[in-house]
Ligand binder design. Structure first.
Ligand code: 13P
Ligand code: SF4
Length: 312
């Protein structure tokens, strides 16, 4: 790495100390951010870390809903996100006012709303419990048996959870722009080229892709699955940042990116907005900061706390 890169990393480390900050990074962040972070993980692991930290500043290298979740459970801390434009196409597919209108129009159903964590604070505030891909099966199994379940916003994850739990749910028709790019044909072709490799897919993929996988799981569970499985080569059907984490933790194994219909791998354009330079700047200025109106924060906190309690 050039000297400037080393200076940048040294400066980020020094700023982190000075600010009493913790750097949390999602598995889809660029390699350099994963390497400078205090903790790299999936949405569930990051939520637990955010809940447990005693740092005064949380520098969240992920997307907006993740940093917002950290702020909801840490109102007295400063939560910063290197690039405020780091949104999420899945979260955007379920705007709060649309969900509110839907719940009003179907008040007779008395829905129990289970929201995937990839949603805004406004959607969380309308929900009964939150889940991540790592605990969705557990959370749905623990949800009241005598209520109609409405699962928002990811249709593909919801379909997978229904199959796993046998619990009927109504599903919001939202999708992640990254995971729907994988096609059954692109994965079949990859399998033909690498006959011994196992396919590991994220549950946000379409059912036709997921059905071709040897394992379907959250990004964190991919690490455990690949570590424990005796196979040596894996095709990873999720955002390409996951490959850095896998290659770093399991250097003796081979990880190949799952190809989409168009490209050799899939990238989340929002996750990739964060850079080391932006992380440095946000630690210097403590901007952009995540701020929320207190009544909204309070309403959004309850279903997150319920999730953290139920998935212990
Ligand atoms: P994980 O919860 O598996 O980390 O997934 C988050 C995400 O954004 C998937 O697209
Ligand atoms: Fe959202 Fe998809 Fe990016 Fe995950 S990969 S943050 S679900 S847009």
């Amino acid at each position: 790495m050039p000297a400037a890169g080393l200076d940048l990393i040294a400066d980020i480390r020094a700023l982190k100390k000075e600010r009493n900050a913790v750097i949390l990074a999602h598995n889809y962040q660029i390699k350099e951010i994963q390497e400078v972070a205090d903790f790299v993980g999936d949405s569930l692991g990051l939520s637990y870390k955010a809940a447990a930290t005693d740092a005064q500043v949380i520098a969240f290298c992920g997307v907006h809903f993740m940093a917002e979740t950290a702020k909801i459970i840490n109102p007295s801390k400063t939560v910063i996100l290197p690039d405020l434009e780091a949104g999420c196409s899945l979260a955007d597919s379920c705007p709060g006012p649309e969900l509110e209108a839907y719940l009003k129009a179907h008040a007779d159903k008395n829905y129990y709303v289970i929201a995937y964590i990839n949603c805004s604070a406004a959607v969380k505030a309308l929900s009964d419990v939150i889940c991540t891909s790592g605990n969705a099966v557990k959370i749905v199994n623990a949800s009241p048996k005598d209520r109609n379940l409405l699962f928002v916003p990811d249709e593909n994850l919801g379909t997978w959870v229904m199959e796993q739990t046998g619990r009927p749910m109504e599903l919001w028709k939202g999708h992640c722009h990254v995971h729907v790019e994988f096609t059954a044909r692109s994965i079949e072709k990859m399998r033909e080229q690498h006959p011994g490799a196992l396919v590991v897919a994220h549950p946000e993929c379409r059912p036709a892709v997921r059905l071709l996988a040897d394992e379907v799981c959250s990004t964190e569970k991919m690490i455990a699955y690949c570590r424990e499985h005796p196979a040596s080569t894996f095709i990873i059907v999720t955002e390409e940042g996951m490959l850095h984490r896998l290659r770093r933790e399991l250097p003796g194994k081979t990880f190949l990116p799952g190809p989409t219909g168009e490209c050799a791998c899939a990238e989340c354009r929002f996750m990739k907005l964060n850079t080391l330079e932006k992380l440095q700047r946000c630690l210097q200025t403590l901007q952009p900061e995540i701020l929320l109106p207190e009544p909204l924060r309070i309403r959004a906190e309850l279903p997150i706390r319920r999730m953290l309690e139920w998935s212990k």
